[in-house]
Design a protein around this ligand. Structure first.
Ligand code: C2E
Ligand code: CA
Ligand code: CA
Length: 890
């Protein structure tokens, strides 16, 4: 506020200063302008007067030529007593140096002659230097003025020439000659008093523009260049004009004047600004002083108020402390530094039963119950000496001998030097709370009906038991008990009876267990027993039999004889090496099996089977992930016509390119998914992939067929036809007759009717079917009869062994003739050598597939293989041996 006031004053003063400067400057400018105008007007008047005087003097002097001309005219060209006349004329007109007569232009008389003799006889009209004005006069008939010029005898002069005309014959005037007057410039100026300009403080120039040179010719006044800013006045002289320029010697405005007026202006502005500041500062200063005083007063007031408030607070807190001490629900005891009680409050007496007088001068040790160890008290004193504070729970004894729990805090009270003066102990009786807590804990851990440990406590005990078992290198059993027929008791006799039965059974079951074992009720009619310290795996059996017996012995309740039994599932730890949670689950699973097995029995959880199930589940997940990640590939094994030596088709065989395990054959992973939905997803991927590859080969001009293996589940799918149709639709370019589906003869075609319907449906789409591994099934003939397939594939086991095993040879021969009889095509798998090919030739089987021809390969290798195979000498020879008669049309 104060600073702001000051700032305003300074700003205002600065404003006044600037404003004054501006106004002063403007005024000064105006005054100077006026002054200049005035000076110039005075100079102009002076110049005018001088010019006029010159004009008049020159005019008068030149008028002598008229007078002389009049005399010439009177005397008709003759002038008597010329000198006397001239004397008279010079005297009258003044300012004339001499007068001349020049009849016909030739100077004939000069007066006074002395000093001018040279001019006599001078022809004015012919002398080129002088004839200009003379001729002009002749032409205009007027007085002309020549010069000023420098006279031979010295000094500047002007000459006036008047042409004189006399009356001629027939009255026409004829030129007689000139009358001339010579006027000396100094005389002229003298008489016109031009020099007075100088006396009045002006400098001047009388000048004309020279008619020949067109330059300024100074006639009088300051020689040299023109004046700076003169006032000019023009003088009219016969035929021409002169100019008189005038300016003050000091110039039109004096610098001293300017400086003074500027100084005056600035001083004035400063003065005004100072005045403004002084005037305005007066109240600001006053206000500042008032504010200062007010502030001092306020501070003093606040200090006083603070002191009063502090005293009031101190008093109040003293009163409050006294009240707190007296009326607190917490017991308070105060001791001196040695621990001697110096005061206790009413609550102390109420809780401990000791009156104040009974404890003053005693040590609080008198309350000790003996429940706390020495170490406990030592820790308490360490905390008190280290940090001046201790808080915790402690058991003490009342005057009547009762032990009670207190929640106690002890604080050390120190003086300004940090030396402990007193200890203040504050405690509440938390015995009821402790009891309640115990009850709650019991409720939280025990079943309300049977008072057996509940699920929470069981979990706890199981954890402990497992740890202990491991330490001792023993076993424990987790038995899951579920009563059989309890629901019927409940429904028939009501819940009250049911509850009583549960209580009775709980007690009986409990009685069969050894010390250290745990029986827990975990809900309804379900119990779990933990049997610890089993020395051998079979040690649990006796306990189980006792449990079974205890549960099935009739119970008498309200005159009723009630009988139930129990199904027990069991698992052993660490044989079943899993977590507590999983142990319970395994026991539960085993109990379920015991129930299914006819109840009133026990079942031991099968660890090995479980791990197999788990492995299978993991494998399934891996395969599903592999499909998702695109880790499957198709290999293709050629099918050839041995007689023509031609590649006719390929069989698509799946491989798993596993980043961990490398290239996996179908035997390694297909069984795992056999009964899973994944088999269908993978099967469809195979069809789609094979169709795609086929379309590429066809596009490249390789017109072969592709065989795809179809799992039994896949074919039995209700909508297989539609799924296949959709896949075919995605590969419209593929001719369906080039697609063959192989179904396993051995695969459990559960419903042969349904299968044959599915095959018919798919054939309607144009695809062909082959019965794979033909000959290995039990009822090949039945299949052959019912399944509308085009091709029989003789199982590789018969083919590969037929060279050594006559039985297999017979089977192959049988299948070939069977196919012929039923009008089916036939192909031999497992052709491992050319020798096999030769045997097949003899049986009349020309279609073959096998390692001897080619192993399954990636699609890209097919062409290279074909070239190699064409050139193979063994297979070439076989072709040539083939009897032509047996050639069948394709
Ligand atoms: P498969 O349909 O009988 O296929 C022929 C199997 O015999 C192939 O084994 C092939 O490599 C093998 N093999 C071919 N020539 C010879 C030979 O001269 N000697 C011997 N010892 N074996 C030969 P791979 O590829 O391991 O396939 C095994 C089986 O897995 C297949 O038997 C088929 O049932 C199944 N499979 C393969 N791929 C698929 C598929 O994409 N889907 C389904 N559902 N099953 C498939
Ligand atoms: Ca096959
Ligand atoms: Ca096969």
């Amino acid at each position: 506020m104060k600073r702001n006031g000051n700032l305003h004053v300074w700003l205002l003063a600065a404003l006044v200063f600037c404003a004054t400067l501006v106004v002063g400057g403007l005024l000064r400018g105006q005054v100077e302008k006026n002054h200049l105008l005035e000076s110039r007007s005075v100079a102009k008047n002076l110049a005018h007067a001088s010019a006029h005087a010159i004009e008049e003097r020159l005019g008068r002097s030149l008028s002598a030529t008229y007078a002389l001309a009049a005399v010439v005219a009177q005397g008709n060209g003759r002038v008597d007593d010329f000198d006397a006349l001239c004397r008279q004329l010079i005297l009258t007109f003044g300012g004339i140096s001499n007068l001349q007569l020049a009849p016909g232009g030739v100077v004939a008389a000069i007066s006074p002659l002395a000093g001018n003799e040279k001019a006599m006889g001078h022809n004015l009209l012919e002398d080129n230097a002088r004839n200009k004005e003379a001729r002009l006069a002749l032409a205009t008939h007027k007085l002309t003025l020549a010069g000023p010029f420098e006279l031979v005898q010295g000094g500047l002069a002007v000459v006036g020439r008047l042409p004189v005309y006399l009356p001629g014959k027939a009255g026409a005037p004829s030129f007689w000659g000139f009358t001339t007057a010579l006027v000396l410039i100094p005389d002229l100026l003298q008489s016109s008093q031009l020099n007075r300009l100088g006396e009045q403080g002006y400098r001047y120039q009388l000048w004309r523009i020279h008619p020949d040179t067109r330059q300024r010719q100074i006639i009088a006044g300051l020689p040299g260049p023109a004046l700076e800013a003169p006032v000019d006045t023009t003088l009219e002289v016969p035929i021409g004009s002169w100019t008189l320029s005038v300016e003050p010697v000091q110039g039109w405005s004096s610098p001293a004047d300017s400086a003074w007026s500027l100084l005056a202006c600035v001083s004035m502005a400063a003065l005004l600004a100072l005045l403004t500041h002084t005037l305005l500062m007066q109240p600001v200063r006053l206000r500042r002083q008032v504010a200062l005083r007010t502030q001092e007063l306020e501070q003093a007031n606040a200090q006083l108020a603070g002191e009063i408030e502090e005293r009031r607070k101190a008093e109040e807190s003293q009163r409050l402390a006294a009240n707190v001490f007296t009326f607190a629900r917490e017991a308070i005891s105060i001791t001196d530094a040695q621990g001697t009680i110096i005061d206790v409050n009413a609550a102390f007496s109420r809780i401990t039963g000791y009156e104040r007088a009974e404890v003053l001068g005693k040590n609080p040790r008198m309350l000790q119950s003996g429940r706390q160890s020495r170490a406990y008290y030592q820790a308490m004193w360490r905390s008190l000496t280290d940090s001046g504070y201790w808080a915790g729970e402690i058991w003490n004894r009342r005057k009547n001998g009762e032990v009670f729990a207190e929640l106690l805090t002890i604080s050390a009270v120190k003086n300004a030097e940090g030396v402990t003066q007193n200890y203040v102990a504050l405690f509440t009786d938390i015995t009821p709370m402790k009891e309640q807590q115990k009850q709650l804990e019991h409720i939280a851990h025990y079943d309300a009906l049977t008072d057996l440990p509940n699920r929470t406590l069981l979990a706890d005990r199981l954890q402990q038991a497992m740890a202990q078992t491991q330490r001792r290198g023993q076993s424990l059993a987790v038995a899951y008990l579920d009563l059989d027929g309890f629901k019927t008791v409940n429904d028939t006799h009501g819940h009250a009876v049911g509850d009583e039965l549960l209580v009775a059974l709980a007690a009986r079951l409990m009685a069969t267990l050894r010390e250290g074992d745990t029986l827990s009720r975990i809900g309804g009619d379900e119990f779990v027993a933990i049997l610890v310290d089993l020395e051998s795996v079979s040690a649990h059996e006796t306990v189980l039999l006792r449990l079974l017996e205890a549960a099935s012995t009739p119970v008498k309740i309200k005159g009723l004889s009630l009988q139930v039994s129990v199904s027990i599932g069991l698992t052993l730890y660490p044989q079943d090496n899993v977590s507590a949670d999983q142990l319970m689950r395994h026991a539960d699973q085993a109990m379920y099996i015991a129930k299914q097995g006819g109840k009133n029995r026990y079942h031991l959880f099968d660890v090995i089977q479980d791990s197999a199930v788990k492995t299978h589940r993991e494998q399934l997940a891996q395969i599903r992930a592999a499909l998702h990640k695109g880790e499957f590939v198709l290999y293709y094994q050629p099918k050839v016509d041995l007689q023509l030596g031609r590649l006719v088709g390929v069989e698509a065989l799946i491989r798993w390119q596993s980043p961990q395990a490398g290239l996996q054959l179908p035997g390694a992973f297909l069984p795992a998914i056999e009964n899973d939905i994944t088999a269908i997803d993978l099967g469809e991927w195979v069809i789609a992939q094979a169709l795609h590859q086929l379309s590429e080969w066809h596009a490249a001009g390789l017109q072969i067929s592709v065989s795809v293996n179809i799992g039994a589940r896949q074919l039995q799918q209700a909508n297989f036809k539609h799924r296949l149709a959709r896949l075919m639709h995605l590969h419209l370019k593929v001719d369906p007759t080039y697609v063959e589906l192989e179904i396993l003869e051995t695969s459990a075609l559960e419903d042969i009717e349904q299968a044959s319907q599915a095959i018919r449906d798919c054939r309607a789409l144009g695809v062909r079917f082959a019965l794979d591994d033909f000959g290995t099934g039990y009822s090949s003939l039945t299949y052959l009869k019912h399944l509308p397939v085009e091709v029989l594939k003789i199982d590789s086991s018969f083919v590969s062994d037929m060279l050594d095993d006559p039985d297999d040879l017979s089977i192959v021969r049988g299948v070939v003739s069977l196919a012929e009889a039923f009008g089916r095509e036939v192909i031999a798998e497992g052709v491992e050598s050319v020798a096999h090919g030769q045997a097949l030739r003899q049986l009349g089987c020309r279609m073959a597939q096998g390692f001897g021809i080619a192993r399954p390969m990636p699609a890209a290798e097919l062409l290279a293989w074909q070239l190699r195979w064409d050139a193979d000498p063994g297979w070439r020879a076989l072709r040539q041996e083939w009897p032509v008669s047996q050639a069948a049309p394709l």
